[in-house]
Design a protein around this ligand. Structure first.
Ligand SMILES: [Zn+2]
Length: 109
């Protein structure tokens, strides 16, 4: 049963890849471009933005609201973390508490 489902998925995927195309006008020339030619660079670009944003956030030190331990978050966690102003939700590596952590050095604001 599972194998059949995978085959069906592959067939569906392949038909989408080969059938769908979009018209691209380059000056006075017309090209038929499959949608994934546009989709794949878009995905790669958003991945790069995600990684860049994540590593930027992870370069800052955060302070646990429970035990005041400072730590650097992992970039992939930082990129998907919920945030409010400067505070972000992280799991503290010291006490294991999950909560809003302020960036280190911004405690007084
Ligand atoms: Zn903590």
């Amino acid at each position: 049963m599972k194998k059949k489902r995978i085959v069906a998925m592959l067939l569906l995927g392949w038909s989408i890849l080969s059938l769908s195309s979009c018209q691209v006008n380059w000056f006075d020339k017309h090209y038929d471009v499959p949608w994934w030619v546009i989709a794949i660079p878009t995905v790669i670009l958003s991945m790069m933005i995600w990684i860049a944003a994540g590593s930027y956030i992870a370069s800052k030190k955060y302070v646990c609201s429970k035990c005041n331990q400072t730590f650097y978050p992992k970039w992939w966690k930082a990129a998907v973390s919920v945030h409010m102003d400067d505070s972000r939700v992280f799991k503290c590596p010291q006490c294991g508490e999950k909560g809003f952590c302020k960036p280190f050095g911004k405690m007084e604001e």
